[in-house]
Design a protein. Structure first.
Length: 287
């Protein structure tokens, strides 16, 4: 039976529960709260969990007026533009905002897919805390470069797409395999660019975060397996994504094959993701 869907906007869960912590994290409009939330209540006893929670699917994030959200993606600086510290700050600001949306969306998933196993819902909160740590790493780099979170406009692109996921499996596929998998590709590429732009500190942060994201992709792959959801090739991944998303738009170039395999992504899926463009462009072998 599907759990009841809560009011729009959803009603806050009881104080002291993990659900309330997650709810407060998403709805807070303070960047300080987003970067330094209070400690999580302990998740290993029943009282920490809201009894029979409704699905809070309509929950959306709080944003302070200082964080300007725009409907169109601002240009991401790359290559030689990154020789300019202000452009590097702009780039790291984009990544910091990705981490924020990932953190919030793990809370959203925990509050929406309330019929998912408790271990999966608790796991999402652990990943959320990793994302908060990543936010702080980027925030430190921004400050070193003379900027602050909120100095540049952002786009809530993940929030525009992810709430269309109909199930926990779809969420795991889109966020874990799609977005975080893509981050393995983008992270390696941008770390190399930052290094080339003469900023080894920013490059080291980028590499470290890309490395830590391998465990997040692995989390999604393992949970899809535990839920009995097949993920062998591109067609399986495509079937799990809410339309009109395609795995191809979530992929970076070059594909971080080793990192993806290390995360447990099946070889066939990695190869199909990698080959996709070539398949499209290759002249037909026959006929
Ligand atoms: Fe992250
Ligand atoms: Fe992540």
């Amino acid at each position: 039976m599907t759990p009841p869907v809560d009011m729009d906007p959803p009603i806050a869960p009881p104080a002291g529960t993990l659900e309330r912590w997650a709810f407060d994290y998403v709805t807070s409009a303070s960047l300080d709260d987003k970067l330094s939330p209070p400690p999580l209540p302990r998740s290993d006893h029943d009282e920490a969990w809201e009894p029979s929670p409704p699905s809070r699917r309509t929950l959306r994030p709080g944003r302070p007026p200082t964080l300007v959200c725009v409907p169109k993606k601002p240009k991401t600086p790359t290559g030689r533009a990154l020789l300019d510290p202000a452009k590097r700050a702009r780039l790291l600001h984009v990544f910091l905002h990705h981490e924020l949306q990932a953190a919030e969306l793990f809370a959203w998933a925990m509050l929406t897919f309330v019929e998912a196993p408790r271990a999966l819902r608790a796991g999402w909160l652990k990943l959320l805390l990793d994302e908060v740590r990543h936010m702080r790493l980027y925030d430190g780099e921004l400050r070193r470069l003379g900027a602050r979170f909120g100095d540049f406009p952002v786009r809530d692109w993940f929030w525009e797409r992810v709430p269309a996921c109909p199930s926990a499996a779809s969420f795991l596929a889109l966020v874990g395999v799609g977005l975080e998998g893509g981050n393995l590709d983008h992270g390696a590429r941008f770390a190399a660019m930052l290094e080339e732009a003469g900023d080894p500190e920013a490059a080291a942060v980028e590499r470290r975060i890309a490395f830590e994201e391998i465990a997040h992709v692995r989390f999604a792959v393992q949970w899809l397996d535990k839920l009995g959801v097949p993920l062998e090739g591109l067609a399986d991944l495509e079937a799990l994504l809410p339309p009109p998303l395609s795995p191809i738009v979530l992929r970076g170039r070059p594909l971080a094959r080793e990192a993806r395999l290390d995360a447990g992504v099946p070889l066939r899926l990695v190869e199909e993701l990698d080959r996709y463009e070539e398949t499209l462009r290759a002249p037909r072998a026959s006929g």
